[in-house]
Structure formats: C-alpha cells, structure tokens
Write a protein that binds this ligand. Structure first.
Ligand code: ADP
Length: 634
C-alpha cells in the first residue's frame, strides 16, 4: 500500500496543530461537527429534489461515541460522504490561503490564537489524535473508502465496507501526559459541555448515548427495612444541542422573559439586564445580534481585568467568545452576540482583525447601540439615569480619549448634575434653559455635590440666576475641555479668571480699589513665596473672605487629578488668591499694612491661603503651623 505525502502547506499546518497549546485543543470537536453538519446540509438539499436520497429532514443526525477501552472517539454523520478522489483532494491537501501565508510569517503564539479562534478544519483532529481514520461512502457511489493517517508522515486510502452513505471519523487519542489529559475527551460530561459551548446551534441533532444511573427496584422487605437501594446504569440517547438559536427565531415568537433568561444564563449575571435589543440586519452587513445593557457594572468593570467584547458566531457556530473589535471602548459595557453568515470559520479567510466584513458589522452595531441609548434617554429617563450611574463614567472617558475624536457621537448621551435641584441634565437641556444674556455653560468641580455647592466661587454665577453643572468625577473637566463648545456655547469654570459677568462700572470700581491696595496685595503675594502667581481683589465673592482660582490651561482640579496619576511629571496650576473687598477681612488687612507690621501681614497671608486650600479640598502643607497661627492671632 502506497503512503502518500501531504502537500507542503498541509504539512506546515499539521505541524502547527501538533504543537498547539492545550487550551485550544478542544476546538477539534467543533471543527469535526461543523464539517459533519455541512455534509448533511449538502445531502439534505439534495433530498428536497431527489427522492433517491431516501431520508427525511428528521433522519439526519450527527453521532458522537466514545470508546474508553479503545481510547477512541468517533464522530459520524449521514451526510453527503466523500469519494476516493474527494478524500484525496480534501484531506490530502489544503488550499493555499492568504491567512496561511500570513501565519507562516508570524510567531507560534499568534498561530495559536488563530487556531483557538477560528479553527482550521479537519486537521485540528491531530491536536488530540495520534491516528485519524476516515471511513466514507459518498452519495451515489456503491463503494466506500478509508483514509488513514498518523500525521506528518502521510496518509493511505484503501477500499473498505460501509453500509450507509455518510462519514465516520475515528480518532485514536494521544496518550495522556503530565499536563495533557486527552482521555478527558472521552468523558461524557466533557463532551456534552463542549457541544453546548461550541456547537449548540448546529441545525441537525448531535446525538450521544449517555450513561445514567437509577435506583434498582427493591423488594417490599428491603423497602420496609429501610435499606439503601442499589444503583444500576442504563443508556439513553440524548440530543446534546438545542439547534435553533434564540436570535434566529422570530421576534414575535419571543417574550421578554426569553431574552432575559437567555442573558442571565449566558452571561452569568444575577441581575436582569436593563435593556436588550434583538437586531436582524440585512444589507451591507448581514447579521443577527442580541445586545444587552447590564443593569449594574461588573465588579471589575473599571479595572484592567475587564475584557470587552461580543460573542461571535459564524452561522450558529461559535468562533470567538469575546470579539473586542465589535465594540468601541466607550460602549464596552454592552454584552451580547453577533451571528453572521458573511463570516467564515474557514482558514482560507483572512484573519479576523483584517476582515472588512467584521468592520462593517462593528460600525452597524455601534450605530444600533447609540440609537438605543438615545431612545432610552428620550423615552425612559429613569432607566437611563440608572444606566448613567453604572456606565456614564466610561462614556465620559470616551469623550476625552482618542483626542476627542468621538465627542460628536457621545456628547448628547452625557448627563451632569445641575445646580437646579441637583437633578441630572443633558447639555441640550442646559443650553435650552440658558438665559438670554448668558454667554457660557458654567461648571464647577469638586469631589462631591455637597462640597461644590458650598464653593465660594459659585456665588456670583448663582446670584445671576445661572445654572451650574457640578462635575464630580476626575475625568469630567477633561471631557468638558475636549468638547470645547456645545451648540456654540463655550464651557466656563466658575473658577476661571474671567466669568464674563461683571458690569463695566463694577470693573472700574474694583480696579480703583485694587490700585489703592496694590502695596498690600503685593506684600501678601511676596509672603506666599511663589505659592501663588498673584493676590487680587475678587469680583466673584459675595459673603466668603477668600478663594483660590487659577489662570491658564490647567485648573486646580486638573492639577489634583493629573498629579494623582502614577507618573513622575507633576503639573502646577497657576494659582491666584482672591480676596473679597467687601468683607471685613479686607479692612483688617489694610490696617495691618498701615501699622507697618510686615511680619503679621505675612502670617495673615499664610492663614488666608491655607483657608482657601481647605475650601478647595486640597490638603495644606503644614497643618501644625496653620493651627499655631490661628491660636496666635486669636
Ligand atoms: P473546510 O471544512 O473548512 O473546507 P476542512 O479541512 O475541515 O476544511 O475540510 C476539507 C473538506 O473535506 C471539506 O470542505 C469537505 O469537502 C470535506 N469534508 C470534511 N469532513 C467531511 C465530512 N464529515 N463529510 C463530507 N465531507 C467532509
């Protein structure tokens, strides 16, 4: 008998299979089942027009059987089968493909990823088997053939006997080693779970004889004596797959519970989803999708451990558990799956990351998520606010990241706490509610709503009757700066140097006061020794004595955030100490200055500066000195 050699490319692929890492080996079963299903598909279509086939829809099936003694696993189908020529053509060679070429230039690790995610068809059998035997009888042929191979050394094809049309694939498993438990693939629970995981939605039943046990019938005596019954084993044929995927069913057939149940089962969430959507898309991208918004952020959501992604199916067969390319980061909270006929799990396709079709699907999914969120914001405000509490932070990061590239898409999905009753408002609602004379969208930053609402800097803006957005998350001010302008209105921090609120007369008046007090203000600044760029009289303070503001690009809040990051480079906001000229303290400072007690004025400066820091929520440099100064001056 002649042993034939594999074609060069096949040899390379085989080699890759044999050296693949263990965790990916289990996908061989998915590959063989998919092949069996394709073969049945072909014969099934024939049967629709050809009575000779002699099989009805319900007769088609895939069988799995495990032979523990013989250490063999068999996958059988009653599909179209293969002639000797087809065995030779299909299993002796593999078409030269773009992705295979791509692989050969890359490292083993990447090879493994491809195997894990896509599978490489029939050859994957060699990841777990030392010998593979294929016995096949093609439809319309009266002869059967056997193809046999132990891997890279080649294969043989001989004539054999087989009664019915179809194919048996018999794997003689590799011996178990220290870290690889191949005989585990003969375990019925393992087989069941692999079918559920990868092949649950194959259209034809996948059957297996499963061993169960039950208590033996007991005699009346034994029953009365309370004896524990003996158990006996019995066999039962089970269909392991559920066949029709939920997402392929008609929406009208499905109830809300079906969708919710599916979610909690599939994505291991105790909580029901906040929202779901069943998408059936046709056109540039053909796919079905089930998309879910969880009601709570997973515990690791805002950590590096969290992996975004949707399950990806190619016509009902799982090809990837978390396909990250299907979701932009700012929608990384979405769970669900996509099933497309346009994607193949075949190796002859380009790698997924390079797949044009996948990109089109991802774009379309993003649009769907965005419009679902907008709908929820418009029609189900309470639900949206719940969503916002769980995932809003992520979308604000989305505004800021990628140089603000996605701000247009996201800005209308944002909510901020408003100074009006602390309720949540959109930017559109804010702008719509702006007074005619109002030039800016005002915001204030701080670590909590309670703290911000007491900030002295908010007084003037509030007195003018203007709404203020309260920003409490670290990212907020960065996000707002990325947006820059919303509907032609600029954002303005209540702490910025020019609020655009002061009347010209008031400005003149203040200028005069400042000139008169300039000697004193300079001396205060000098006493603060570089901590502030200047000390000025405030136009924004009403009742409070002092506050700290900043000029330039970096605000105090941004300084806090940036300096808390694990980098060596520290940034500094240019600080300005503002003093309220209408406050008693101003008169006091003037009289100290007149008395010529420079030492005392310096102490006042340090006290006022520390006070301003405390109001801002910034810790002071020297609390002991602060406390001593208070006592001394009391
Ligand atoms: P793919 O299925 O991606 O084309 P495979 O290497 O898995 O690649 O299989 C190669 C070919 O062998 C298939 O396209 C099919 O023609 C044939 N084949 C494999 N398994 C079977 C089977 N169980 N019944 C009939 N033909 C099969």
């Amino acid at each position: 008998m002649e042993t034939k050699q594999f074609k060069a490319e096949s040899k390379k692929l085989l080699d890759m299979m044999i050296h693949s890492i263990y965790t990916h080996k289990e996908i061989f079963l998915r590959e063989l089942i998919s092949n069996a299903s394709d073969a049945i598909d072909k014969l099934y279509f024939k049967s629709l027009t050809d009575d000779q086939v002699g099989l009805g829809k319900d007769d088609f099936a895939i069988w799995i059987s495990a032979d523990r003694e013989g250490n063999r696993l068999k996958i059988s189908d009653n599909g179209i089968g293969m002639t000797a020529e087809e065995l030779e053509a299909h299993l002796g060679t593999i078409a030269e493909s773009g992705s295979l070429k791509f692989k050969s230039e890359n490292k083993l690790e990447e090879d493994n990823q491809i195997i894990g995610q896509f599978g490489v068809g029939f050859y994957s059998a060699f990841m777990v088997a030392k010998k593979v035997t294929v016995i096949s009888k093609a439809y319309g042929s009266d002869k059967a053939y056997q193809w046999e191979s132990e891997g890279v050394d080649g294969y043989t094809i001989t004539e054999t006997n087989k009664k019915s049309v179809g194919t048996d694939i018999i794997l003689e498993l590799l011996p178990d080693s220290e870290d690889e438990d191949y005989s585990g693939f003969l375990d019925q629970y393992k087989l069941k779970s692999l079918v559920k995981k990868y092949s649950d939605y194959i259209r034809f039943p996948i059957k297996m004889e499963v061993t169960h046990s039950r208590p033996k019938e007991q005699s009346e005596e034994d029953k009365e004596a309370g004896k524990t019954p003996e158990y006996e084993e019995y066999l039962e044929i089970e269909t392991l797959n559920s066949m029709v995927p939920l997402w392929k069913k008609n929406k009208s057939e499905l109830k809300e519970e079906d969708y919710k149940h599916f979610y909690t089962e599939k994505f291991f969430d105790y909580n029901e989803p906040l929202k779901y959507s069943h998408v059936k898309n046709e056109g540039a991208a053909n796919y079905n999708a089930l998309l879910y918004i969880p009601s709570k952020a997973p515990y690791d959501y805002y950590s590096k451990e969290y992996e975004k992604g949707l399950q990806l199916y190619s016509n009902g067969v799982l090809i990837m558990d978390k396909c990250a390319d299907l979701l932009p980061d700012y929608f990384s909270f979405v769970k669900g799956l996509v099933d497309s006929e346009d994607l193949s799990l075949n190796i002859s396709r380009e790698m997924l990351q390079h797949d044009r079709q996948l990109k089109i699907i991802a774009k379309s999914i993003e649009k769907t998520i965005s419009s679902e969120l907008k709908k929820m914001l418009k029609n189900e405000r309470e639900k949206y606010e719940e969503f916002w509490k769980a995932f809003g932070l992520q979308m604000k990061y989305g505004i800021y990241s990628d140089y603000g590239m996605n701000k247009e898409k996201l800005q209308d999905l944002l909510l901020f706490t408003s100074s009006n009753d602390n309720k949540l408002v959109t930017l559109d609602e804010y702008v719509t509610g702006m007074r005619e004379e109002q030039k800016y969208i005002y915001y204030a930053t701080g670590e909590s709503i309670a703290r911000i609402s007491q900030l002295p800097q908010t007084e003037l803006v509030k007195d003018n009757g203007f709404e203020i957005l309260y920003l409490t998350d670290n990212i907020d001010e960065f996000a707002v700066k990325s947006i820059g302008k919303y509907k032609d209105k600029e954002f303005k921090s209540v702490s910025s140097d020019d609020l655009g609120l002061e009347s010209p007369e008031k400005k003149e008046e203040l200028k005069a006061k400042e000139e008169a007090a300039s000697g004193m203000l300079d001396e205060l600044a000098k006493a603060l020794d570089g901590k502030v760029t200047k000390v000025v009289l405030s136009q924004r303070l009403k009742t409070h004595p002092v506050c700290l503001t900043s000029e330039g690009e970096i605000s105090l809040e941004m300084e806090k955030v940036l300096n808390s990051m694990p980098t060596d480079q520290k940034v500094h906001a240019q600080r300005i100490l503002e003093i309220n000229p209408d406050h008693e303290i101003f008169g006091k400072l003037n009289s100290v200055k007149e008395s010529g007690d420079g030492d005392k004025l310096g102490k006042y400066a340090r006290l006022l500066y520390d006070q301003a820091l405390l109001i801002e929520g910034i810790s002071i440099e020297n609390p002991v000195e602060f406390s001593n100064l208070i006592c001394e001056l009391m």
